[in-house]
Design a protein around this ligand. Structure first.
Ligand SMILES: [Ca+2]
Ligand SMILES: [Ca+2]
Length: 146
């Protein structure tokens, strides 16, 4: 009887646990966050452009090569990663404006905003062109946790 109760409780928990699993449970590089509406007025300054960004995260435990991977918006503006890797558990943020690339911060060098405040979709593709992840967002906030 007791075992049956435990079984019933476990059965009830399984769907809850499944729902609690992050969408990006698969060990790979995925889109973590898109900060699409740069804080304050969109003045177009480099500081404002760089406060608009997309962050990728390596959900795996091994280092992944990002060389040749691309990020693009719905209008097909494309950022291509130069020679770079991303350690397991690490993040890399791609800022819209210009700056000096580091292992965790890279720069699109776009003179205009990429991510539409009114809604857009971010696509992450591997070097071979296959889709690694995509993340759509609306206009209800400044950023989206994907
Ligand atoms: Ca924007
Ligand atoms: Ca803004």
């Amino acid at each position: 009887m007791r075992a049956r109760v435990v079984t019933a409780i476990l059965s009830a928990l399984v769907p809850v646990l499944a729902l609690a699993t992050p969408a990006h449970a698969a060990p790979g590089v995925n889109i973590y966050r898109v900060y699409y509406d740069s804080p304050g007025s969109d003045t177009g300054s480099n500081t404002s452009l760089n406060a608009e960004y997309v962050t990728l995260k390596n959900y795996g435990t091994t280092t992944k090569t990002l060389t040749g991977w691309t990020i693009r918006d719905a209008a097909n503006h494309v950022y291509t990663f130069g020679s770079s890797t991303l350690a397991g558990g690490a993040t890399v943020t791609v800022h819209t404006g210009s700056g000096t690339n580091t292992s965790s911060h890279r720069y699109w060098s776009s003179g205009a905003y990429i991510w539409n405040n009114t809604g857009d979709t971010a696509y992450l593709r591997r070097a071979d062109g296959t889709t690694a992840d995509e993340c759509s967002f609306g206009s209800t906030a400044d950023d989206k946790l994907c």
